[in-house]
Design a protein around this ligand. Sequence first.
Ligand code: AMP
Ligand code: TRP
Length: 347
Amino acid sequence: MSEPVQTPQTFPTRIFSGIQPSGGLTLGNYLGALKRFVEKQDEGIETIYCLVDMHAITVWQDPIKLRQQTREAACGFIAAGIDPARSILFNQSQVTAHAELGWIFNCIARMGWMSRMTQFKDKAGKNSENVSLGLFAYPSLMAADIMAYKATHVPVGEDQKQHLELCRDIAMKFNNDYGVNFFPIVEPVIEGAATRVMSLRDGTSKMSKSDPSDQSRINLTDDADTIAKKIRKAKTDMDPLPDHVEGLKDRPEAKNLVNIYAALAGHTPAQVIKDYAGAQFGTFKPALADLAVAKLSPITTEMSRLMQDPAEIDRILGEGAARADAIARPILNDVYDIIGMIRSRQV
Ligand code: AMP
Ligand code: TRP
């Protein structure tokens, strides 16, 4: 039987991130996550991207829709530039290390830590007696997703910051409890102009696939007309754009549109303000709509082309899962050794 791993290790850079296939992908997912996943891949870093179907079922999912949305999200990744040969792309449920390590982390994480998670509080609302136990344990499974690969960097939107802090706490407690330097302490990568894309209807709430109003978001499956219409109708105030970014303070809707423009164009908000200082929304919105259509239409078109061949998507996901498993399984075996589980079936 192998002995627990005790030697200090250094951790090579490895990126992991995930998106829930719990609805269509939004512009928020694209700018806050997907676009940056592609940038990391193109920088030549090892990248592992996961459709977290087990996270999705922490709230009810219709099985037929879940399958459809998982394939659609996979197509969204590929259409946006994820190359399944260079990145590992798979769905979470197919690599059982996630669930196995998730359970172990449930025994590391403390009730108090979990109770402080704002996303749980937001999602559970007044209904906390009646939500699933999985929703409460969600961040611990998320930590397992990352640590099953000893990933060191996790690109996400702003809303995931607290979950990544919890992941660090879990990794540190595991290392401490067992006297090992086994898990890396992960670095959140929250960067760019659109780390928190807001609703088009309310500049103070996040653009989300679960918002009941479709007008509040741009979906990656929206056609050019719909995108343009939603942007034209986006809520704004009556003032022209300021001549300094500071002038966007206390103007959440205006700030959101400027940030979206900046992220789509690959500029900073300050550059956008320089170009559009004093512009009315009557001028700025059509410019933003044109830019959004130019950037998103090719992705939408490619997504619908890829969706024609579900068997090919499943094949790509399966291949990704096999590659992911090959990394995660030895790590999990080490974890079992560390914590004192007899690996009686090991070959
Ligand atoms: P989710 O759709 O909740 O699974 O989120 C997947 C990824 O997209 C995470 O990295 C989120 O932080 C990011 N994300 C989701 N919504 C937004 C948003 N409105 N703005 C920026 N990033 C977002
Ligand atoms: N919780 C993330 C979200 O809703 C999705 C997610 C699950 C994730 N596991 C992850 C993100 C691991 C980064 C790393 O946005």
